[in-house]
Every structure is written in C-alpha cells, then in structure tokens.
Design a protein around this ligand. Sequence first.
Ligand code: PLP
Length: 427
Amino acid sequence: MTQSETLFERAQKTIPGGVNSPVRAFKSVGGTPRFIASASGAWLTDADGKRYVDYVGSWGPMILGHQFPAVQQAIVEQAAIGTSYGAPTEAEIEMAELLCARVPGLQMVRMCNSGTEATMSALRLARGATGRDYILKFEGCYHGHGDALLVKAGSGLLTFGVPTSPGVPADLAKYTLTATYNDLSSAEALFKQYSHQIAAVIVEPVAGNMNCVPPAPGFLQGLRSLCDADGSLLIFDEVMTGFRVGPSCATGLYGVRADLVTLGKIIGGGLPVGAFGGSRAVMSQLAPLGPIYQAGTLSGNPLAMAAGLAILKALAEPGLYERLEASTAQLLAGLQKAADEAGIAFTTTQVGSMFGLYFGQGPITGFADVSACDAQRFKRFFHLMLDRGVYLAPSAFEAGFVSAAHGPEELAQTIEAARASFAILAQ
Ligand code: PLP
C-alpha cells in the first residue's frame, strides 16, 4: 500500500470522503488522491516522495509557484508579530488601495475569507441595493457553495432554478435564474420575462469551472447593456480570473466594467481570502456605513494581507504576464502536436496562463461543448499523466494553470509525458 492509500483510508474515518473539498477526492477520475507532503516552485511532492509538475496550483493562487520567496518571507515576518488582531491594520488599507488602483472601476473593497463569502456578500449587496430578489447566473459557472448559487437550469431555459444540492430550499433556489454562457439571447429572454426583478447578473468573465471557456466577442459587453437597460447590477466573479488572466484582471483585459467584482485565490498568496468591491455608491450601502450587513472575525487578517500584498507587488514585474502567456501557449502547442501525431481528437483553450484540455473537436463555447467531450478518455489521460509525474486537475471540468515557476524543463517533461500517454490512448 502506498502512503497516499494509507492516509486516504485513515482520512475517510474522520473526514467526509477523506477530503475537505470534494474535487480533491478524485471521484470523477477514480483512484486514490495523492496526499501532498510539500511543494516548491512548479513541483508537488506526495507522501510517497513522488514528484509531479503541478498544473493545479492550489486551484489558482500559486501563479508564481509554490514557496515564492517574497510571499514566504512576508508570512514569516507577520507571524512573528501576531496572526490576528480583530481590529483594523494598515495592511488592509494598503490591500484596498492596491486593488482599487489595479482593477478598473473599483473604488471601495471589503475583504473576506473565501471566494464563496465574496460572491454571497456581493449578491446580498446587489439585492439590498436594488431592492430586487432574482439573480441570473450561467450554467456551468461556479461561484462557490452559497445556497443561492448552487443552482442550475431545469429543463428549458425559462424555468425556475432548481437546487443542485439537497439542503438548498426550493423557495430560495427559485430566485436563481440560469442562462446559457456565451448565449446573450438566453439572458435577454430572462430579462424580458423578469423585467425589473433581477438584482444582478453574476458571471465568470472567463468560465473556469467548466474547463476553460473564453467569453465570445461581445458577450460581456452585451451583459453590460442588458443590465444597464434594466437597472440590474453586473457582477464579475473574478475569484479565479482576478490577477490570473492579466494585471488588471478580466475586467481590464476585456474592457468591460462590472458594478461589483469578486476576488479570491491569488490575492491571498495561498492563504484563505476573498474580497468584493465596486463603486463608492454601491459599496457605501454596506455596514457600518449602510444597512446591508456583512462581517467576518478573520476578514482582512494580517497573515492573508501580508501574503496577498507580497504576491500582488511581485505580479507588477514588467513582462511577467507576457511570459506566463507565452509559456502556456508553448505548452498547449506541444500538447496539441503530440495529440495530432497520435491521431487523438484533442483541442485546447487558453486565456493568459489559464488553459483547458478537451478530448474532442473545438470550438468550445459553452457547457454543452464541454459536456460533449470524451470524459472517459480524459480519465485515462489523467492517470497516465499522473503516473508520469504530471498533476492535472482531477476533473474534465476544471481549468488548468501555468505558473511563473514552470520553465522549459517542466514544460518539456509535460509534453513528453503527454506524447507517451497519447500513444497509449491511441492503441
Ligand atoms: N468563484 C469562482 C469563479 C471560483 O472558481 C471559486 C472557487 O473555485 C469560487 C467562487 C469559490 O471560492 P472559494 O473556494 O474560495 O470559496
């Protein structure tokens, strides 16, 4: 038995499914999750001492690689003077100032502790600010596990939302309307039916929870116009894309301004964090300035602020995002070539250092295209790559991430592993 197998067996006795977040359990790919002992740069080392090139990056935060020196140092220095005070600190101001300076349209920010908290709070704020109850999301987009967001479309576009998890009251889920990503007309139809009742549209500006689906030209702009015409707020959920797809997030990359932006992952430098922000007018309605309540014992905690500020400062290095994008393009070109040579139907998507791998033909424009790909093939590919020291996300519905620590050696090893894996798949 491997150490990971022993640990997994032990974990399952006291932790539901042996994991603290479901996708870690390898359920959709089968097999035993690798228990990680340490990580450095682009590499993970598991409990058995096996090393892997890591394309999960803690599900996004590790854009500069594991144990990035400035982040490590900031955490150690802060830990030496206290980890949480429950009172304001200067670092929180610095974080808010930095986020407002970098994300177009942000005038005020509130920190919280996870992406889930950020989206839940942004929705409450949108509902409170507009006095409306309905929200509109897109099938295949994930915004954390808040009740109102664990909803997908029922049969047909114009149905009420149905909960995707027991425990979400149908009475609440009915306020969540679901449209089709990259299909403006589906959102338009809902705006017609629920005219002046939709508080907010929430969208991942690049969908990263149904693999990696870029927005079609005009889609985000179209949502902006629909919201403007109806008096709804537009929320960009940038928990994944924030500081991943570019130095001013997807908001800057696509040149479309949302009313509220949610952030997480990267801005905590690997520590638990979330944030949401927007215009002064909207954000001023939050307690203690306004009546809409939102709070947190550990919100803006000094350790997360120290790590987050360190990573955000390092991300300002000129040319860094261009290098990340170029390495990702090089990786994807290598994988595509290897698949083509093996005669495997395969396609990829990329936005900056976020990428998607698909066993099927493109173009990939939404949930239906992603679902139509060969999940069984992905499952085999995942394990073949894992055996060869490459750690991909254990699901065909997750985006992959390249970090600045992925150099020529790591990329070459990955492409080589893929060549061998595709050859086996083609047999
Ligand atoms: N929003 C998006 C776009 C996400 O990708 C995620 C997590 O993956 C969340 C929200 C939830 O964030 P967290 O897991 O920190 O609660």
